[in-house]
Design a protein around this ligand. Structure first.
Ligand SMILES: [Zn+2]
Length: 455
C-alpha cells in the first residue's frame, strides 16, 4: 500500500515543508508498510490499533443472559449487545395481529385455499392465535417459505386453518412468546444494564418469521419495537436490530434497513464481507477490507472450538467476530453454562491487548466512520495540522476513532490540540520500521486538530 503525497509547495529554502495528503481511507491501514513520511496519517482499522474486533451478542432477551452472563462480563469489563423482544418488557406494546377480524379470515379459509394473495395475512394471523402449536405453524411456514418451498408453506397454512375451523386448534387471543414464556425484564433493569455500557437493541416485539408476514404486521414488529426502545431507553439504543431467525429475506431486509441503521442479519457494503452463522468459509481468505464473521456457540460447541475463533481473528487484521449467544444455564435455546461463559470470556479478556471487544453498534459505527472520513494533513516545522471531514451524522456516529501519525524524528513532547484546547499532552511516541509515530483517539473526529512537538 502506498500513499500518494501531493507536494503542494516546497519552501525548502526557508524552514517550511508542506505536504497535503488526501487519504482515501479504505486504502490504508495502520499496519501499512509504506514509508513513514512525516505527517502521514492513517486511521487504524480497529479502535486502539488492535488486530481484530469481537462483539458478544445475545438474542431473545432471556433473563439469565442478564442475571448470569452479564455479571461475568461486568467483572471483566466487557460490553455486550442484547437483542431484546420488547413485547416481553413490562409497559411495552405486547404485539398482536393487525388486520381484518380473525374470525373473518378463519371462515374464509373454508372456501379459499391458501395462495399468494392471502398467504402473508394467514401466516401473520396464525402466530397470534395464542397456542404454541399455532406458533409452530407460523414458524414452520416461515422455514418452508424461506427455503423456497412455497406450495408446502401454503399447504401447511391450510392444515392449520382447518384445525382452527374444526376446533382442534383454539383461537385464544393470548400471546405466546418464542421459547421462554415466563421470562420478563423491566425497562428499569435494561436502563441499568445500558448504564453499565452494554448495548440494548431490538429483536422485534414477538420474534415472528417476518418473511411470511404482510407488510402492516411486519412493519409494526419493527417500528413499534423501535418506538418502545426509544421512549424507554433513548435514541442511542435504536441503532441495531436482529430480525429473528437470522433471516436474510430481501423484503424483510428492505423494510428493516429503513428503520434501523444496523442489521446483524445483513448490511451489505463494498468494503465488508459478511459470513453468517451457517457459513463454512474461512474468514482468513477474504480479500475485503473487513469481514464480519458470525459464529453461534451452541450447546455442543466446545470451548476449544470457540477459542479457535479468537485465534483465527488474531492471525489476521480484518476480522470482526460476532458471537451470537442464546440460552444461558437453564433458560433459552441452545444454552451455554455459566462456567463455559466464564472460561470463554476470560480467554477473550486475556487477549484484549490485541482484541477490541465492543458492542455491535460501536463496531459498525467505527467501520463506517473510518470508511467515510477524509483526512488531510499539512506540516510545518513543529506542527502537523489535520483536517477531518465526514458526511455522517456526528450525533449518531460518535465512536472514538484511532489515528496514527508519523512525526519528525527529533520531536519529543507531542501534544494534541483541538481549537486551541489541549486534548492530550505528552502522547507516547512509538517506533516502527518507518519511523516514530503517535497513536491517538479522536472522540469527535471532525474539523481541525493539531499535533505539535518540541525539539
Ligand atoms: Zn431470536
Amino acid at each position: 500500500m502506498t500513499l500518494l503525497p501531493k507536494l503542494l509547495s516546497d519552501f525548502s529554502g526557508s524552514i517550511k515543508l508542506m505536504f497535503l495528503f488526501v487519504l482515501s481511507m479504505n486504502l490504508f491501514s495502520c499496519d501499512s508498510n509504506s514509508a513513514g513520511q512525516t505527517g502521514q496519517t492513517t486511521i487504524c482499522k480497529w479502535q486502539g490499533n488492535k488486530k481484530a474486533a469481537v462483539s458478544i451478542t445475545y438474542d431473545d432477551g432471556i433473563k439469565t443472559q442478564f442475571t448470569v452472563a452479564r455479571p461475568i462480563m461486568n467483572k471483566l469489563g466487557l460490553k455486550g449487545t442484547f437483542f431484546i423482544l420488547t413485547g416481553k418488557v413490562e409497559g411495552a406494546a405486547k404485539g398482536g395481529f393487525i388486520g381484518r377480524p380473525a374470525q373473518d379470515i378463519i371462515n374464509e379459509t373454508a372456501s379459499i385455499s391458501t395462495n399468494e394473495v392471502n398467504f402473508f395475512e394467514r401466516a401473520s394471523l396464525i402466530g397470534f392465535t395464542g397456542t404454541s402449536e399455532a406458533l409452530d405453524y407460523h414458524s414452520n411456514a416461515g422455514v418452508l417459505y424461506e427455503t423456497g418451498k412455497i406450495l408446502e408453506a401454503y399447504q401447511l397454512m391450510d392444515e392449520a386453518y382447518g384445525k382452527l375451523r374444526n376446533g382442534t386448534l383454539k383461537n385464544t387471543d393470548e400471546l405466546v412468546y418464542h421459547n421462554n414464556p415466563e421470562d420478563t425484564v423491566s425497562w428499569n433493569d435494561l436502563r441499568t444494564y445500558a448504564a453499565e455500557g452494554h448495548e440494548i437493541a431490538s429483536h422485534t416485539i414477538t420474534h415472528p418469521r417476518l418473511a411470511v408476514m404482510d407488510s402492516v404486521n411486519l412493519l409494526y414488529e419493527l417500528e413499534q419495537s423501535r418506538l418502545d426502545i426509544e421512549k424507554n431507553m433513548g435514541a442511542k439504543y435504536t441503532f441495531s436490530v436482529e430480525c429473528p431467525y437470522g433471516t436474510e429475506n430481501e423484503r424483510v431486509m428492505r423494510f428493516a434497513h429503513k428503520i434501523y441503521p444496523a442489521l446483524r442479519n445483513r448490511m451489505p457494503a463494498d468494503y465488508l464481507e459478511e459470513l453468517n452463522r451457517s457459513s463454512k468459509l474461512d474468514p482468513g481468505n477474504s480479500q475485503k477490507e473487513y469481514v464480519q464473521w458470525q459464529r453461534g456457540p451452541l450447546t455442543n460447541v466446545s470451548l476449544d472450538v470457540m477459542n479457535s475463533w479468537i485465534d483465527t481473528c488474531l492471525d489476521h487484521d480484518n476480522i470482526w467476530l460476532v458471537l451470537v449467544f442464546h440460552g444461558v444455564d437453564d433458560l433459552g435455546w441452545e444454552p451455554k453454562t455459566a462456567e463455559e461463559l466464564e472460561a470463554y470470556f476470560n480467554y477473550i479478556k486475556d487477549r484484549e491487548e490485541n482484541l477490541w471487544v465492543a458492542s455491535f453498534a460501536d463496531v459498525t459505527k467505527y467501520i463506517r466512520q473510518r470508511q467515510n472520513l477524509e483526512v488531510s494533513a499539512h506540516i510545518d516545522s513543529n506542527e502537523i495540522v489535520l483536517q477531518l471531514k465526514s458526511d455522517l451524522d456526528p450525533v449518531v456516529y460518535n465512536v472514538p476513532v484511532t489515528f496514527k501519525t508519523y512525526i519528525p524524528r527529533d520531536w519529543n513532547m507531542v501534544t494534541l490540540t483541538q481549537r486551541g484546547k489541549e486534548i492530550v499532552t505528552n502522547l507516547k511516541v512509538n517506533n516502527d520500521v518507518s519511523g516514530p509515530y503517535v497513536l491517538y483517539d479522536l472522540v469527535e473526529p471532525s474539523g481541525e486538530f493539531v499535533l505539535s512537538g518540541s525539539r
